[in-house]
Design a protein. Sequence first.
Length: 371
Amino acid sequence: MSVLIGCPAETEPRENRVALTPDVAARLHRAGLDVIVESGAGRGAWFHDEEYVAAGARIGTGEEVYAQADVVVVIHPPADRTLLRAGQLLIGLLEPLLTAGDLADTKVTAISFDGLPRTLSRAQSMDVLTSQANVAGYKAAVLAADTFGGFFPMLMTAAGTVRPAKVLVLGGGVAGLQAIGTARRLGALVTGYDVRAAARSDIASTGASVLDLGGVSASGQGGYARALTAEEQADQQRAMIAAIGAFDIVITTAQVPGHRPPELVPAAALAAMASGSVVVDLAAGPLGGNVAGSTPDGRHVTANGVTVLGAGNLPAQVPRAASAAWARNVAALLGHLIHDGSVVLDRGDEITAGLLVCQDGQIVQPKETLS
């Protein structure tokens, strides 16, 4: 009996992505898996029901997807947990710090990409955080260019020479490096900054300048930055306020998993920027952001004319490319978990152990990772 993979429509506001694309549905079908997709699930990313049917998938209602599927693949945790059933496997970016208890109560088996050991080479094809961060970094630079009232590249015209925009990217992870690369391709003068020494080297390797704010280093586990101490954060902010006024565009990307993002651009730094400047905060979310006053999907202009964009879910604004990358990550994970027509959860496997949140009504992640 074949494993049935189900893909419901996303219910989060302004979420246009879908967890399975027709291309990946066809790949799963060729691998001997059955697929059921909620009608209209791919509409926001311009994938139509007819394409899924042509790929070998069935189309059903959301209730049918949850009622019939052995494995449900999503992007966000389902809003209606009552649709889940005991023993069902749920795969997505499930925010286990917030949802583990609720998911355990449904007795569903939950696998969340949040826990993927990202430094493990064989896990990289499953890494939705990296694939979506690439999309977010690209879109952040494009959004900044669209919002800025000037040109990104230097232009020499009959009316005179226009200087290139000066862009500062805070954070040298995947999103930051993609933002740096995109802004450079658009012709801007780009500078990057990160508290991690290795990330500063990555920034320099792109050809961008590296902002020097002193000797603070904050490398953490899994390639993330650790949270700065209060003293370190104060020193960093003083240096940032002194430096930031020289830039037309600031893009911030720094996050600490499961915790409030560090405030990298305080109100005083915004006040030091010139009128017409733009700040894009990729970390804006329910827990806060990197920029004073930024809100998820929010836009406001400060008293001195700086536009602040809270852009915590930019991949949803590039839904076709983001969905394609996400679905390929899902397919790689399913290939890792499904063997001979059955789902195999080997807790001795480093990937499975990192991903598994709850099973049989019990939270199985180490307690300290969910606190």
